[in-house]
Write a protein that binds this ligand. Structure first.
Ligand code: OKP
Ligand code: ZN
Length: 343
C-alpha cells in the first residue's frame, strides 16, 4: 500500500512536557516519524508519496475558526508577551467557573483552548499540524480514488483534538478531517476505529451527535488512564448519533486475547452499520513496552490486528496516532499494515 509522508511533520520539536511534576523531553517527538518511515522502506510495503497541500477548508469543516486562528498565532503571541519557555496552559474554565467569555490574554486563551498541561505549543507546531492533516487528506483521497488501502504517516497525532481544544499531543483531528472528506466525496457512512491505547476523546466529541460517522474505540479505562474524563462504555452518542459511539474501556494490564475480542465486536458493529470506508486511528501504544501505556500487545499481535482488519474487506485508510517505545514503533505500525495486506 502507499504511504503518505511529509518532512514538514517534523517542524514541531517541543522541548517540554509536564510529566510527573517535572518538565521532560516530550514522548511525542519527530524521531517517531523517521523510525516509522525507515520501517516502511525496509519492509517493502510500497511507495512513499508526498501529500498535496489542501489548505484550511477541510480543517474548518471540523474545527472552530477561532481555535484554528489561536493555534496559528499562539506561539508569536506567547513570544510577544515576553515568555521564556514554551506555551503551557495553567489556568482553566473548570466545573466551578465555566468560562462563558473567551479571554483576550494569552494565558486565558491557552486555558480556553487546551485540554491539559501535557502539550506545549512551540515554534513550528501549527506548520507540523498542517502537514499532518495534509498527509491524512492525501491518504484518504488515494483510498477514495482507487479503493486501495493507504497509510498516512501523520504526526502530530490527532485523536485527542476536539472541535476547539488541543492536548494529548494533538492539534488537528486528522481522522475526523479524513472521515469528513470521505463523506464530502459521497460516502454515506464512515467508521473511525481507534485502536490507540488512549481514548479518542476528540473524535468522539466531534461526531457524538451524528449518525454518518460511527466512532469506536478500544482503550485503557478512563478511570485509570488518560484522558480520564471521557471514554466510558455508557457514552453511546446523543440525538441522531445515539448508537454511533461505541467505547470498549479495558483494564490496565489487558492482554491480546481480551483486546482482540473487543476488536471483533467492533468489527461486527462496523459491518452492521453499513459503513463504506474505514479510518483506522492507528496508535501502536497498546504495545507491551510502551512507556506511557498499560496493555500488553506484542509485535506479533500487531500483525494479527492487521489480518483481522483486512477481513472486514472495506476500503481502509490508516492514520498514525500514538506509539512511544521508539525503537518498536516502526515495527508495530508496519506489522499492522503488512498483516492487513499480506494475511
Ligand atoms: C497521546 B496519544 C505523561 C503521559 C500523559 C498524555 C498522553 C497522550 C497520549 N505525561 N500525556 O493518544 O498516544
Ligand atoms: Zn495513545
Amino acid at each position: 500500500m502507499l504511504t503518505f509522508h511529509s518532512e514538514r511533520t517534523k517542524l514541531r520539536r517541543a522541548r517540554t512536557e509536564l510529566d510527573g511534576g517535572q518538565l521532560v523531553t516530550p514522548y511525542e517527538c519527530p524521531e517517531r516519524v523517521d523510525l516509522v518511515l525507515k520501517r516502511v522502506l525496509e519492509s517493502g510495503l510500497g511507495e512513499v508519496h508526498a501529500p498535496a497541500e489542501h489548505g484550511l477548508d477541510p480543517v474548518l469543516a471540523i474545527h472552530d475558526a477561532g481555535y484554528v486562528d489561536f493555534l496559528e498565532r499562539c506561539w508569536e503571541e506567547w513570544v510577544a508577551a515576553g515568555r521564556q519557555g514554551e506555551a503551557i496552559a495553567w489556568i482553566w474554565p473548570t466545573r466551578t467557573m465555566p468560562g462563558r467569555v473567551i479571554p483576550d490574554h494569552i494565558d486565558g486563551r491557552l486555558g480556553h483552548y487546551a485540554l491539559g498541561a501535557d502539550t506545549s505549543i512551540c515554534e513550528g507546531t501549527f506548520e507540523a499540524a498542517m502537514a499532518s492533516k495534509d498527509v491524512a487528506l492525501s491518504a484518504v483521497d488515494h483510498v477514495l480514488a482507487s479503493g486501495e488501502p493507504a497509510f498516512g504517516l501523520c504526526r502530530p497525532p490527532g485523536h485527542h483534538a476536539a472541535t476547539d481544544q488541543f492536548g494529548g499531543y494533538c492539534f488537528f483531528n486528522n481522522a475526523a478531517i479524513a472521515a469528513q472528506r470521505a463523506l464530502d466525496a459521497g460516502r454515506s457512512r464512515v467508521a473511525v476505529l481507534d485502536i490507540d491505547f488512549h481514548h479518542g476523546n476528540g473524535t468522539q466529541q466531534i461526531f457524538y451527535a451524528r449518525d454518518d460517522v460511527l466512532f469506536l474505540s478500544l482503550h485503557g479505562d478512563p478511570r485509570h488512564c488518560f484522558p480520564h474524563f471521557l471514554g466510558h462504555a455508557d457514552e453511546t452518542g446523543e440525538g441522531p448519533g445515539k448508537g454511533f459511539t461505541v467505547n470498549y474501556p479495558l483494564a490496565p494490564g489487558t492482554g491480546y486475547a481480551a483486546w482482540a475480542e473487543a476488536l471483533e465486536e467492533a468489527k461486527a458493529r462496523i459491518l452492521e452499520a453499513g459503513c463504506e470506508l474505514l479510518v483506522v486511528s492507528l496508535g501502536v501504544d497498546a504495545f507491551e513496552h510502551d512507556p506511557i501505556s498499560a496493555f500488553t500487545l506484542s509485535s506479533d499481535d500487531f500483525s494479527d490486528v492487521g489480518r483481522r482488519l483486512g477481513r472486514l474487506g472495506l476500503p481502509t485508510v490508516f492514520l498514525l496516532e500514538g506509539g512511544y517505545a521508539v525503537e518498536e514503533i516502526g515495527i508495530n505500525a508496519v506489522n499492522v499494515l503488512s498483516g492487513f495486506e499480506r494475511p
